[in-house]
Design a protein around this ligand. Structure first.
Ligand SMILES: Cc1cc2nc3c(=O)[nH]c(=O)nc-3n(C[C@H](O)[C@H](O)[C@H](O)COP(=O)(O)O)c2cc1C
Length: 336
């Protein structure tokens, strides 16, 4: 069911926004640009530590950067100290003016939960609520949203209870990843729980977990009553998924169809160029090897992709990448 959120105009009657899920070290400003071009409606920065922002850490501030064309954009922060979270939230809103500020209650990484941050807060809900109150008071002028998992483990699923309290505290939309902290990324996302959360609150709930294509997103929309969906890992090798989902939701045939080798190479080169534009001056290098983990997912489905992946490891520069792409496309034209 679509729910309105007056300060988040991308929800509401007839609208069903597609979010790109925040993914640390993947969905930076460069990758987000590819997804925006394919129809991602709303995007969120990868999570940024509140303390690092307060310390004025340059890398942290680089992570909250976005372009005007990427709006509506949220900045996601994490931490476990209400005063630091409130201060970081205020500074982010003053410096980069995001369309909303998002709180991370989902990260399962050990170094995050050992500080009680991320999904660690799901076993410590009084602190989670104090943190939300502090941030809410600090940024009354900016919509506040959150992203959470279902709970710490299968025996302590708190998503419905937490969602209700977050709504009372003034959180304006909530993304729910249908797994517990204990699950990490194993098993399947539980959309029945996502549906229960969506039914329990009056704010928009964005469903997240394991979406792979337009047909799947359509089914989840109809079965779960969410007001939008969020797509993560599938977009890393398939940024075209947003156009595909959009077509399915609107009852049109897929706008993108099968993605051919040329489109994949164009996307890889474009991502490499954008990534260098963003990071080369800070790194002081135009070496492309460090971004290999961002490029490799885009080789999925390329004919001879194993060999291409091996050869990609020897590319040092953008020119090497271009040459490899040209050679591969020429080979395919000769011997499809
Ligand atoms: C490499 C990686 C990094 C992630 N980083 C974040 C993050 O910074 N903030 C966050 O809320 N979730 C993060 N997530 C979780 C995703 O946003 C999403 O909830 C999860 O991948 C499930 O969605 P999917 O099945 O569509 O991938 C990350 C996931 C991955 C795989």
């Amino acid at each position: 069911m679509s729910r309105t959120a007056p300060r988040l105009p991308w929800f509401g009657p007839g609208r069903f926004p597609l979010y790109l899920a925040p993914m640390a070290r993947r969905t930076d400003i460069a990758f987000r640009q590819l997804c925006k071009e394919q129809g991602a409606d709303v995007m969120v920065t990868e999570f940024v530590q509140s303390e690092a922002l307060i310390r004025d850490n340059a890398k942290a501030w680089e992570m909250v950067d976005f372009t005007e064309t990427q709006r509506p954009m949220g900045v996601q922060i994490f931490g476990a100290t209400p005063a630091s979270m409130a201060r970081a939230a205020r500074e982010v809103c003053d410096r980069v003016r995001p369309d909303f500020l998002d709180l991370n209650f989902g990260c399962p990484a050990h170094k995050v939960i050992e500080q009680n941050a991320g999904s660690g807060l799901l076993r410590c809900t009084p602190l989670l609520y104090d943190l939300v109150k502090a941030v809410k008071d600090a940024i009354p002028d900016v919509p506040l949203t959150a992203k959470m998992r279902l709970g710490w483990d299968q025996d302590s699923i708190v998503a419905v209870e937490v969602a209700g309290r977050l709504e009372q505290l003034g959180v304006e939309a909530l993304a729910v990843h249908g797994r517990t902290k204990e699950q990490g990324y194993a098993g399947a996302a539980d959309w029945a729980w996502i549906a229960r959360v969506a039914a329990a609150v009056n704010i928009p709930v964005i469903g997240n977990g394991d979406l792979q294509d337009g047909a799947g997103a359509l089914r989840r929309r109809d079965e779960s009553g969410v007001s939008g969906v969020m797509i993560g890992r599938a977009a890393l090798g398939n940024p075209w998924i947003f156009a595909d989902v959009k077509a399915a939701l609107e009852g049109r045939p897929s706008a993108v169809g099968a993605i051919g080798p040329r489109q994949r190479w164009e996307a890889m080169l474009r991502l490499a160029e954008l990534t260098l534009e963003v990071h080369a001056s800070r790194l002081g290098s135009r070496d492309v090897r460090w971004m290999l983990d961002r490029l490799l997912p885009l080789t999925q489905g390329l004919p001879g992709s194993r060999r291409i992946r091996d050869r990609l490891r020897y590319c040092l520069t953008l020119a090497d990448l271009r040459r490899l792409g040209d050679e591969h496309l020429t080979e395919l034209a000769r011997d499809p």
